[in-house]
Design a protein around this ligand. Structure first.
Ligand code: GLC
Length: 449
């Protein structure tokens, strides 16, 4: 070892405890211990699969929930959608039944998206569903219907508001000015007062967390700190978080409040629309990937990029295989129903879950010493010590490298039919049916020694 390298080694050695100490010393907002947090989140970690619902006025233009931003629409131009919002086929019980049949255990509804429209009967605004031809508190009906099906309920609430007169125009706002100078923004924002908006935001969160019973999840969206952006100070995020925890001590909160500097500024990470191959990198963290059927979150009539059942199942299995959750989004139409493509997809997922949900609920990534056989994804239930091999491509012989002596019994999960196996060196070779069983992604359940 040369002198310089040794010197570097000594420096690194001296620095490392400091680095670890710093990592440990991230600030905390609450007194909760790691064990208490694990307990609070136990149901969520177990359940793994939820439904996101993005519904708002943007269902009428039906060309992206960001339409107001994309087309730089003013409040006046957007007003038609408010005046004509009449979801006369809205039947939240039917939504809840479809979610349940798909195997989803929790559901999160947009109580307000970036457009600012409130699906709930807030006393702090007139811009709400009860003042449209809908004349209903859609949030209350959602809560009642989903709870009745035994599904946990969550609220998505947009920190951003493109309708509120005090929400200052920034680089993301529909009335933004590209490359606008500070003075331009100052002029545009004359008369707007973020203090008032902040109060409005706190008031509405309080309303949502006090008027609808126990709320299981709060999904706040989102922060974009920096020039012409907004972040924690704009929301008074630390106090907001304290308030939320006080009002609903059991609630689980996402990570978009811009409180990264705090150890407990969020309960879970939210990798959005990431590819299934990217999910493995989140192992060991607490996370939920949010995904759409077709690209946008709100109902988008002309979008034709719908994922296949196989792709959706890969996302679900891949999430659990990386130790995380999947929340899959539906964007109901302006009539208040799930589009036929969403209904089909949910039905197909439900069909698979009927026979295979044991490889999802209560499961996580496989122990490190099990290699992943070719063209498969593994999940593992640490309670029952069963390992699940998901066959993404099918062939009647499957080699499990290095599995010799580790398996007591193997069966197909959907029908508990035995799968015979032989040893080949250190490997195990499974003999599967010649013809693929009638299951989109068959699963082999391995009872470990
Ligand atoms: C985004 C988008 C959005 C969607 C959300 C879901 O940040 O702004 O439209 O609601 O993420 O994760």
């Amino acid at each position: 070892m040369n002198k310089q390298l040794r010197k570097l080694g000594i420096i690194l050695l001296l620095c490392s405890p400091i680095v670890t100490l710093q990592a440990q010393e991230k600030k905390k907002i609450s007194q909760e211990t790691a064990a208490q947090k694990e307990k609070r989140m136990a149901w969520w970690t177990h359940d793994r699969f939820g439904m996101f619902i993005h519904w708002g006025l943007y269902a009428l233009p039906a060309r992206h929930e960001w339409v107001k931003h994309n087309e730089r629409l003013t409040n006046e131009q957007y007003q038609n959608y408010f005046d004509l919002f009449n979801p006369n086929q809205f039947d939240p019980k039917a939504w809840a039944k479809q979610a349940k049949a798909a195997g989803m255990k929790y559901a999160v509804l947009t109580t307000k998206h970036h457009e600012g429209f409130c699906l709930f009967d807030s006393k702090f605004t007139d811009y709400k569903a009860t003042n449209t031809p809908a004349h209903r508190d859609l949030v209350r009906e959602f809560v009642n219907a989903f709870r009745a099906e035994g599904i946990k309920v969550g609220f998505y609430y947009s920190l951003i508001d493109w309708h509120h007169p005090d929400f200052t125009i920034d680089g993301m706002h529909p009335q933004r000015v590209d490359n606008g100078a500070d003075s331009t923004y100052a002029r545009l924002n004359k008369g707007r007062d973020m203090n008032k908006y902040r109060q409005y935001l706190h008031n509405q969160i309080t309303e949502l967390l006090t008027q609808y019973g126990k709320i299981d999840i709060l999904w706040l969206d989102f922060s974009y700190p920096g020039k012409n952006g907004k972040g924690k100070d704009d929301w008074d995020a630390v106090n907001l978080l304290k308030k939320i925890r006080k009002l609903q001590p059991g609630i689980i909160i996402d990570n978009r409040l811009n409180l990264e500097e705090y150890e407990d500024g969020a309960d879970f990470l939210t990798p959005e629309q990431v590819k299934v191959e990217e999910l493995a990198q989140y192992r060991g963290k607490t996370w939920e990937t949010c995904q759409t059927f077709s690209g946008s979150w709100g109902y988008y009539r002309d979008e034709n990029s719908w994922k296949s059942t196989h792709q959706l199942l890969e996302l679900l299995i891949g999430s659990v295989s990386g130790g995380g959750n999947l929340i899959l989004n539906v964007g109901p139409t302006a009539r208040g129903v799930f589009d036929y493509r969403a209904q089909n997809a949910l039905g197909n997922i439900g069909e698979w879950m009927k026979g295979n949900s044991e490889s999802i609920y209560g499961c996580t990534y496989a122990p490190d010493n099990f290699s992943t056989p070719k063209n498969t994804m593994l999940t593992y239930n640490p309670g029952t010590k069963r390992l699940y091999v998901h066959l993404l491509g099918y062939s009647s012989k499957l080699s499990l490298p290095g599995y010799k002596g580790r398996i007591k019994y193997a069966q197909l999960l959907h029908d508990n039919s035995e799968v015979k196996f032989t040893a080949d060196g250190d490997d195990i070779v499974l003999t599967l049916p010649e013809k693929q069983p009638n299951v989109e992604i068959p699963v082999v359940e391995l009872v470990l020694n």
